[in-house]
Design a protein around this ligand. Sequence first.
Ligand SMILES: N[C@@H](CCC(=O)N[C@@H](CS)C(=O)NCC(=O)O)C(=O)O
Length: 339
Amino acid sequence: MKKTIITMGLAASGLLAFAGTTQAATLQDVKDDGELRCGVSNGLPGFSQPDNDGNWAGIDVDTCRAVAAAVLGDADAVEFIPLTAAERFTALQSGEIDVLTRNTTWTTTRDTSLGLNFTGTNYYDGQGFLIKKDLGVDSAYSLDGAAICIQAGTTTELNLADFFRANDMEYEAVVFDTSEASAQGFDNNRCDVLTSDTSQLAALKTQLSDPDSAEILPEVISKEPLGPVVRQGDDEWFNVVKWVLFGQINAEEYGVTSENVDDMMDSDNPSVQRIVGTSGNMGEILGLDDDFMVDVISQVGNYGEMFERNVGPDTPLGLQRGTNALWTEGGVLYAPPFR
Ligand SMILES: N[C@@H](CCC(=O)N[C@@H](CS)C(=O)NCC(=O)O)C(=O)O
């Protein structure tokens, strides 16, 4: 039913790129449906990947589950919809999904002319290169003439073109639709080099038939702030998705975790009280229950818990916090105050 309305709205307005303006009550729709529809990848270790039983896991999956916990009180009330890079923005514009959490880089074009709004950053990434060791190079600046496996519809494609042009080098792009296909292409010698967001390179390397035959070059050639995306024209929903992630970052800053959140309900600290809803009316002004962050933190955790569980040092990705540390710990995670 919802889809029909959108399609008619689009036909009437003729504004395909601004689908969001035809539908502006996502919060109520999600409450009515009792389920949140999240666009995720087809499978990307640490970010959004289904296991053999179809259970999705990853930092993007948790970012989405956190919104479901905040709105519906249930982090499992989610339908995950796998999308290729090329499909993802249309799926959001058309109303097929309520939020896109698919390792998507925040750029000017996407944030404006696509009719979409980025709500924040849940992982600061950057683009790098995985190469076959027998290529015999140790720097991205020595890749002139290389065949490079890459995924269609990504910032990766544009960055690659810019980097090679700026450095007066040439390359042959070998383009695939999914990262699995790109990695297979690399494994089957369709290319000498695989390029993607660096968070993925270590994971993809471990999946090669001979991981020791490949290595990651030191250069990071771009900024890739990855985060959730919603349609323009629905400020209420934009605020909800934005403040759930900010709430999780603030929870980490104030030491509120899934383990101690119940005890924190008795805290005397005003900042903690506003997060757990024992003072202030943060939930009410967002259209949620005042203790919505208790559901988020008890069921999904604060930002640091999401990071450690999915991409941190004890996971196959083995990533350090680095840039993704809190501003108080030398990183760039600086959520506006929850007040
Ligand atoms: N962050 C970049 C790249 C996103 C992207 O699609 N990356 C690939 C390779 S890391 C991917 O996620 N593949 C997962 C899939 O095939 O579903 C963007 O927003 O354009």
